[in-house]
Design a binder for this molecule. Structure first.
Ligand SMILES: Nc1ncnc2c1ncn2[C@@H]1O[C@H](COP(=O)(O)OP(=O)(O)OP(=O)(O)O)[C@@H](O)[C@H]1O
Ligand SMILES: [Mg+2]
Length: 255
């Protein structure tokens, strides 16, 4: 099976990276594509949002990146059929220090997922920074998916993010694509959201998903129940819009 690996990244905090990882992941799994979410963020929100908690001695991404176990050993099923998770650990904040001097530090995740079979999609939920963890995700990915919150300062950080993508492509020679820009938390009652959408579409053109994710209270409630919105409130606009994003992604990447 061919695998499409996608880093969900934006160094701006709270723009919907984790919400997208969980709900796009669940939507792809529901479409019959086995999907793995790798929680690359020490905050561990993808794990808690999916109701997966790590007990004593259970392997996490930290062990994988430190070379102590394989990805398969850290892999966990979720309550959603076909959706799997590799959980993070709060201790990953010290990864940069742990791997100090290791030449291959930025390539640890790529090495770990390279030989992992059986998934149509892998989604890397990145932390809100452009440090070593996000770099690992970008170097392990075929493409980057950028959630952009439809509000005023939305575009400001994007230049920096695109520069990071350019660096990975140019200096590091890794053919990372832009797998799309996704407008999130869209409030259709405001002129502002419309203006931001116009700007983003003008700048990124066809790389912007047609589907926009509305601000939807079900999307923010679902994680506290430890489930994707698809399970929590299937008919909500939040669930339906992530299903639509998955359909667009399937049409574009055809895995
Ligand atoms: N479309 C939406 N409608 C309503 N609430 C949303 C929506 N998307 C995300 N949220 C809420 O906004 C908050 C931030 O979302 P999320 O955790 O997905 O962002 P993030 O980019 O992963 O944040 P961080 O940078 O801290 O990792 C969460 O409380 C989430 O439930
Ligand atoms: Mg997050």
């Amino acid at each position: 099976m061919k695998t499409r690996r996608i880093a969900i990244a934006n160094q701006k905090g709270g723009v919907g990276k984790t919400t997208t990882a969980i709900n796009l992941g669940a939507s792809l799994a529901a479409a019959g594509r086995p999907t793995l979410i790798v929680d690359v963020d020490p905050q561990g929100n993808a794990g808690s949002g999916l109701g997966v908690y790590s007990g004593e001695g259970e392997k996490t991404l930290k062990d994988v990146l430190n070379g102590l176990c394989s990805m398969t050993e850290a892999l966990r099923p979720t309550a959603v059929e076909g959706l799997y998770l590799v959980p993070s650990s709060p201790e990953m904040v010290s990864l940069e220090r742990d791997l100090l001097g290791a030449q291959d530090a930025p390539l640890r995740l790529r090495r770990a997922v390279e030989s992992l079979e059986g998934f149509a999609y892998m989604l890397f939920d990145c932390p809100p920074s452009l440090g070593l963890l996000t770099l690992n995700a970008m170097l392990a990915a075929d493409g980057v998916l950028i959630p952009v919150q439809a509000e005023y300062y939305a575009l400001e950080g994007l230049t920096q993010l695109l520069r990071a993508v350019e660096y990975v492509r140019g200096r590091l020679g890794h053919p990372l694509e832009i797998d799309g820009v996704l407008l999130t938390m869209y409030d259709s009652r405001t002129r502002l959201a419309e203006d931001v959408e116009k700007q983003v579409r003008k700048h990124f053109g066809r790389r912007v998903y047609q589907t926009v994710i509305p601000r939807n209270v079900r999307l923010s409630e679902a994680p506290s129940h430890g489930m994707p919105v698809l399970e929590y409130a299937l008919t909500s606009r939040g669930a339906q819009s992530y299903l639509a994003v998955a359909r667009e992604m399937l049409a574009a990447t055809a895995v």
